[in-house]
Design a protein around this ligand. Structure first.
Ligand code: TYD
Ligand code: MG
Length: 460
């Protein structure tokens, strides 16, 4: 047998760029220290073949003649997952599910076939033995003969098996454990990950079988493996949040068949992940009367409004330089808001430590949370409780003005639905969308700058 000659090449972990020698900085994407050494077989071109989409190889045709019937979607019997996918799993799509270890990727991907007994599923596990999967299935509470467990890591065997079985759904756990004989380097390396994803994509597009692929995440929070992996797949879903807490957040960060930035909320229970269809339930306070340092923000994540508790603690700085720390909120934005409070409303926060926390491990990027953040900070500073039935939605500008935020009306409706009695919004908000809506019992308080907010909220 002829020996396979190999050579050493360097791949960029970020963009997958290949180089014959090591470089400190990837010339393609400009990132530093991302080149990793790998061995590849010589004599043949890189095995990552062009991916054929359905209909490839045909002649060019007018756009108007192309069949525009909507894609076939498969419901996964899980309201939250269906929703963030944009109404179910599209046939022939490749979905990447990323997240930190222990966050629930394997649990969710096993739960899907167990709750869809009508779907013939091929569950390929490279991380756990078939027996471990069985134990997990017993925990989740399902034993489905339609779900085939296949413990294998060689991609050639997996694709052959899948082509023979032709399942309705295929799940691969995880991309980092799979390898192809066509590539020399070890499983988990950049070239193996690219090859595995390309093989699965080819399979999905040619046969129309949707594939859910699980991927690990790096310390920096991006999906391990090159960025090209995210480009190859159709949908990227990423678990967020804290794997010590009970709530798990799944966000769609790329979706060729639906909107992105959609967020699904799950609770990890003893029997797998439970859907939380009304996330405000978990993010707002349980206490009846207000506590100081707490304010509720009516925020929007993706397209869904919900309410979240913002907690702040302001104390005298023990050391010369005050500490500022924020969980789930950008520290730079917090510093900016504190500077606005100092300059525009005369609060001396320069000698105070400020700690900020968003409930539920959620990472918040909606500027509408600004108003709740400054109210929580002021409330903690003065030890003055904001009534528990009050919430806020507004962006704070550098000159201390309170600016309107997108879809204020939907936030007001959500707050009213949850029984809040007062919502503070920008004085410039248009509330036209509220016409005819039932917002019984909620008072909309319009404030246009920070000093007037303080006068209204902390009067007396
Ligand atoms: P897992 O799904 O294996 O995470 P990943 O595949 O992302 O690494 O692990 C989920 C965690 O949740 C694990 O620590 C065990 C726990 N768990 C439950 O609390 N309840 C359950 O029903 C199951 C199956 C797991
Ligand atoms: Mg796992």
């Amino acid at each position: 047998m002829a020996t396979v000659k190999t050579k050493t090449v360097w791949f960029c972990k970020e963009c997958g760029n290949e180089s014959p020698k090591w470089m400190g900085r990837c010339p393609a994407c400009g990132e530093w220290n991302t080149m990793v050494e790998e061995r590849v077989a010589t004599g043949k071109k890189s095995p990552v073949a062009a991916v054929s989409v359905p209909g490839a190889g045909h002649k060019p045709m007018p756009l108007s003649d192309i069949d525009s019937s909507v894609e076939n979607r498969i419901s996964l019997n899980n309201g939250e997952v269906d929703r963030i996918l944009g109404g179910g799993l599209v046939e022939g799509s490749l979905v990447l599910v990323g997240g930190e270890p222990g966050i629930g990727k394997s649990t969710l991907s096993l739960q899907i076939p167990l709750h869809c007994s009508n779907l013939k599923t091929l569950y390929v596990t490279g991380e756990e033995s078939a027996k471990q999967v069985k134990l997990r299935a017993a925990r989740i509470g399902g034993d489905d003969a339609n779900c085939m467990i296949y413990s294998e890591t060689l991609m050639e065997n997996i694709i052959a098996e899948a082509r023979e079985m032709m399942p309705d759904l295929m799940i691969v756990d995880s991309v980092q454990t799979m390898y192809s004989q066509a590539v020399e380097s070890s499983p988990g390396s950049v070239s193996q990950i690219k090859e595995t994803a390309a093989m699965l994509l080819r399979f999905a597009k040619e046969t129309g079988v949707p594939v859910i692929l699980i991927g690990h995440i790096t310390k920096e929070g991006s999906i391990a493996g090159p960025k090209v992996l995210e480009h190859i797949v159709d949908v990227v879903l990423q678990f967020e949040g804290d794997n010590r807490g009970t709530y798990r957040l799944l966000r769609s960060i790329k979706n060729r068949f639906g909107s992105t930035s959609e967020l699904a909320v799950f609770e990890m229970t003893g029997k797998g992940l439970r859907e939380v269809s009304n996330p405000s339930e978990m993010l707002i306070p349980m206490h009846e009367e207000g506590l100081s340092g707490v304010a509720v923000s009516a925020m929007l994540d993706g397209t869904r409004p919900f309410l979240i508790e913002v907690q702040a603690l302001v104390s005298s700085a023990a050391y010369g330089t005050p500490q500022r720390s924020a969980t789930g909120f950008e520290v730079r934005r917090l510093n900016m808001l504190l500077a606005v409070l100092e300059k525009r409303a005369g609060f001396k926060l320069g000698v105070k430590d400020v700690f900020l926390n968003m409930a539920g491990g959620l990472k918040v990027s909606d500027p509408a949370c600004d108003l709740a953040v400054i109210c929580a900070v002021l409330s903690s500073n003065f030890d003055f409780a904001i009534p528990a039935d009050t919430c806020f939605a507004g962006e704070v500008g550098l000159s201390g003005e309170i600016r309107p935020v997108a879809q204020t009306d939907r936030r007001v409706i959500e707050a009213a639905r949850l029984g809040f009695k007062r919502i503070f919004v920008s004085g410039f908000s248009s509330l036209e969308g509220l016409g005819g809506q039932d917002i019984n019992g909620i008072e909309v308080v319009k404030v246009s700058d920070v000093p007037s907010l303080c006068r209204t909220l902390f009067k007396g």
